[in-house]
Design a binder for this molecule. Structure first.
Ligand SMILES: [Zn+2]
Length: 255
């Protein structure tokens, strides 16, 4: 089956002297692994070797039996130049690409996620401070969880459903916890029954519930939120994401 689609390259590895195997995020066909025969030759039909974050229109032939598709055309658009000039931006983009590859199944299309990934790559290049890069990364990570149907529950305790909201000023706030296996919050009355959990600050959850506040959340909150997300991704994947080390110290797991 031949298909034409918009893509962003999530990974490109050399396969032979002349070819590459690429993992593509396509808009209409989901994640596609493909072989690009001859892409490393001086003259090729792909506008040069395919690099991570290459984007544009492709034509590929999907195998009926599964396995690698064959890439036949790649009309590459200009690269995201900012990513090659700023290491923080590049690391954030690599982290987003790694997670996207992990959480998407092959040939399971999520057009809104494709659009959001494209906007994320375009927007982080406009960031003026490290905080802004982190805010955009967090926003994309939240969108990825939502779009793949595993957005965490942040309004109520996942065990007893009691509403978890901001207390009035001056009233001591009971501790709240986040549990990956529960995919959301645990109230102080329920937390003791769960081994896998991490104490969280309400201010952090408040920002997570209102992502429009991310750009002004401040370094401390953004760092804490990213640590929480890294903790969550580590639990979901069964190991820390490769790029996590650039965004967090080892998360502390509170038992
Ligand atoms: Zn509860």
């Amino acid at each position: 089956m031949q298909a034409k689609d918009q893509v962003i390259c999530l990974r490109a590895v050399n396969f032979s002297e002349t070819s590459q195997v690429v993992t593509l995020l396509t808009r209409e066909h989901g994640k596609v692994a493909a072989i690009a025969k001859g892409s490393r030759r001086a003259k090729n039909t792909f506008d040069g070797p395919i690099e991570i974050f290459s984007r544009g229109e492709v034509v590929f032939i999907a195998k009926e039996s599964g396995g690698l598709a064959a890439l036949t055309e790649f009309n590459q658009q200009p690269h995201f130049r900012g990513l090659s000039q700023n290491l923080d931006m590049l690391n954030a983009a690599l982290f987003a690409a790694e997670l996207t590859e992990h959480f998407l199944e092959e040939h399971d299309p999520h057009p809104p996620l494709f659009d959001k990934f494209l906007i994320f790559l375009e927007t982080i290049q406009e960031a003026r401070q490290e905080d802004q890069i982190l805010a955009w990364l967090i926003l994309y990570q939240l969108r990825l969880l939502e779009e793949t149907g595993i957005g965490p529950m942040l309004d109520a305790c996942t065990n007893c459903s009691i509403s978890i909201h901001k207390n009035r000023a001056g009233i001591a706030r009971p501790a709240i916890y986040f549990s990956s296996s529960q995919n959301g919050l645990l109230c102080s009355a329920c937390e003791a029954a769960f081994v896998e959990k991490r104490a969280v600050d309400f201010a952090m959850i408040d920002v997570l519930k209102n992502p429009a506040r991310l750009p002004k959340a401040g370094t401390k909150n953004l760092t804490e939120i990213e640590r929480l997300l890294i903790y969550h991704f580590t639990e979901l994947l069964g190991k820390p994401p490769r790029m996590a080390k650039y965004f967090s110290e080892t998360p502390q797991i509170i038992l």
